[in-house]
Design a protein around this ligand. Sequence first.
Ligand SMILES: C[S@@+](CC[C@H](N)C(=O)[O-])C[C@H]1O[C@@H](n2cnc3c(N)ncnc32)[C@H](O)[C@@H]1O
Length: 280
Amino acid sequence: MTANSEQIDYWNGEAGERWASYDDMMSRLLAPIAELLLEQLPPGGARAALDIGCGGGSQSLLLAQRLGANAKVTGVDVSAPLLEVARRRVAAIPEKLDFLQADAAVYPFEAGSYDLLFSRFGVMFFDDPEAAFANLHRALVPGAPLLFCCWQSLQDNPWTWLAVQAALEHVPAPPPTQPGEPGPFAFANPERVEAILDSAGFEAINIQPQPVTLHWGEGETLADKVRELVQIGPVGRLLADQPPDVRERVRESIAEVMAPYYDGESLALAGRTWFVTARA
Ligand SMILES: C[S@@+](CC[C@H](N)C(=O)[O-])C[C@H]1O[C@@H](n2cnc3c(N)ncnc32)[C@H](O)[C@@H]1O
């Protein structure tokens, strides 16, 4: 199996298509996290930024807007369906953004050609993160800033942990994962993240906990919102091959455990992230 092939297949298959079809919802859900992250941008901005694992590009657009007129953002992603969304999203302003379908871990970026490395939840999927970050380090000018966010552990993220627990009343548990395995929670351990960045040549590494609140779903009722929530993340993976009646029972159980977090309008669920900064 070649490097990252499992994730590349995942993000180009049914899951990538599902993300692409829910990208508008996801972009609104995650916009506040992008805004918080962008507050950490060092003064001085950037002229050529990389957005790794850019997905549908909503945060690439926010980054480009924040960096101003002289900056160009290149979004890099392995997922054809998500890049299609990204290209459509920014069709009107091609001079500010471009998108590259590539595995960021191994793509031969021109050395020293970018002055900012950015990512919102897009860098936890590499089979060999040390080598991937070393590759990204080469792409940066010396001293260029790195800024990304990643999730703390599954158990520290009630927005998905509550749903996973409710789902497991109805579906078999997936095979146990090893800590650090590629996936949304691979960077849960900040000491590991620091060691990866250090071995890749980054300096001044800073990792701060950042609690977030996720206002889930665009539907009107709690049931509508849960229907959206089960499309994405670990629960989406758990339900991918389940028949409609099992999905229905899972949704009912999730709605029950999430009822206390729904005020009649908003389903507000807690999440915990790490905000990571460093310099090349
Ligand atoms: C959780 S999504 C985040 C998307 C986007 N940054 C956002 O915040 O909406 C993770 C993204 O990383 C991408 N990805 C996974 N492995 C990658 C790799 N080796 N190189 C580039 N992108 C990758 C996936 O295709 C997916 O779009």
